[in-house]
Ligand binder design. Sequence first.
Ligand SMILES: [Zn+2]
Length: 248
Amino acid sequence: MIKATLVPILQDNYAWLLHDEESGCRAIVDPAEVDPVVRAIDAAIGSGGGKLDLNLLTHHHSDHIAGTDAIRERYGARVVGAKADAHRLPSLDRQVSEGSEVDLGAATARVFETPGHTRGHVSYYFPDGPGGGGVLLCGDTLFSLGCGRLLEGTPAEMFNSLARFAALPGETLVCCGHEYTESNARFALHVDPGNADLRAYAERVKELRAKGLPTLPSRLSDELECNPFLRAGDVATLADLRSRKDRF
Ligand SMILES: [Zn+2]
């Protein structure tokens, strides 16, 4: 079973430290800043043994990859990232694409190509997580109550990427790359004011943020009830929401 722990880095990014409890193997996802990531890894290794095995990269933006080479050098952890973006990622020890499987000890992640935010964005899905659901590392494709900006992709690509996530079990933990939930909630309430589930979720988010606590990981079932981008029924609706959010 994979346990995912967030590591706050930079302004509002999260790296994710993954631990396969059976084997003791660990991975770090999107290590964009060295010091806080090293502290988190050393604390985890110190208390539980084991080592860092993998760096998993979701996409090429510097606020996701900047610490990769330093982390590889320090721990000898292999770097995994999208074949399609190998030319603009740190040098990859393993190139992955749609359908690739990545082993972390006894656990195996499936790789989804999830373009929209960037052309070569990939997400990693471990089916075996806590609480009977999986663990989804979705970078800047899906956020809690939002989705990534369409910097390189089309609305249709983002729609298809989100549809992949929507088909996963509701208990799946959504481990995304930014703490944007509170500002996303303002837009979500603006476009879907009658959604009682969303209003309750936004309240919980507000309370967590007031205490300085993270809102992630979120549960996919909550996103399916509350996230307007995940709930968009067709490409045109998603395109309209995304362009309104860009101007909100
Ligand atoms: Zn990004």
